[in-house]
Design a protein around this ligand. Structure first.
Ligand code: 13P
Length: 254
């Protein structure tokens, strides 16, 4: 079966953006995608929780999708400071990033907790963007494949489909550092992920599911990374905060 996967370029704004610059950035991207008429990629932006509703209103009618950066595993209740997937859906989101390495590191999130969050995202009818990736120490110890395979096995609950799941491979040591794996390394890890998905979901579903690469994706390296067979887009941090850079990365994927 020959499958063409439409690239997804996702911007993870992390803890950046007040209303002025955040709304301006979203507005500028909305203008560009409208002018592009028929772009060959999908765009997703994941602003901080505080801006989601307002950006959602500003993007109404736009082709840009909106996502949260995390959610709680349950729908409502006594969880001070947390946000549920249902709340994100209610605010206009269609996607939620789950298991980002900064959540795993800063909030000690385990694969089991991440798996419960993915399930919550699905229950709310949203798409989970599940992040996996090795640390530098794990890489140096030759454990990259084992870590990625284990995180995929333990943090992706059964029932994944190309419609409810996107996987983002983000080597922790490449995030915000300006360093990236070689294209051969990215290719190998993405092929491993695709292969593991095929065993769990079947060849056809695995072939449809989008695999993003994240970690220091910039305009000058995006074309090479996005051209790899099993790389179907990017999860972009720092460069997603500049309209020119994010747009340039998106165009490189087409
Ligand atoms: P950078 O693009 O800033 O390296 O961040 C990547 C990332 O963590 C996206 O989720």
């Amino acid at each position: 079966m020959i499958v063409t996967r439409r690239p997804l370029i996702a911007g993870n704004w992390k803890m950046n953006g007040l209303s002025g610059d955040g709304l301006a950035l979203a507005g500028e991207l909305a203008r560009r995608i409208e002018d592009a008429a028929d772009p060959a990629f999908d765009l997703l932006i994941c602003p901080p929780f505080t801006l989601i509703s307002r950006i959602g209103e500003a993007l109404a009618g736009s082709a840009i999708a909106l996502g949260g950066q995390d959610c709680h595993a349950v729908e409502t209740g006594a969880h001070t400071g947390d946000i549920s997937a249902a709340m994100l859906a209610d605010s206009g989101c269609t996607h939620v990033i789950v298991g980002h390495s900064e959540r795993r590191a800063d909030h000690a999130e385990t694969d089991t907790q991440v798996s419960a969050k993915v399930a919550a995202v699905r229950s709310a009818g949203l798409v989970a963007v599940l992040c996996i990736g090795e640390t530098e120490a794990q890489r140096d110890a030759g454990e990259t494949n084992a870590v990625v395979a284990r995180q995929l096995a333990d943090s992706l609950p059964d029932g994944a489909t190309a419609m409810n799941t996107v996987i983002a491979y983000e080597p922790v040591w490449a995030i915000g550092t300006g360093r990236t794996p070689s294209v051969a390394e990215v290719e190998a890890v993405h092929a491993l992920i695709r292969g593991d998905l095929a065993k769990r979901l079947g060849d056809d579903e695995a072939a449809r599911l989008r695999l993003l690469y994240g970690g220091s994706v910039k305009p000058d390296n995006a074309r090479e990374l996005m051209s790899l067979a099993d790389v179907d887009g990017a999860l972009v941090g720092g460069a997603s905060l500049k309209a020119d850079d994010f747009w340039s990365i998106a165009q490189s994927s087409a």
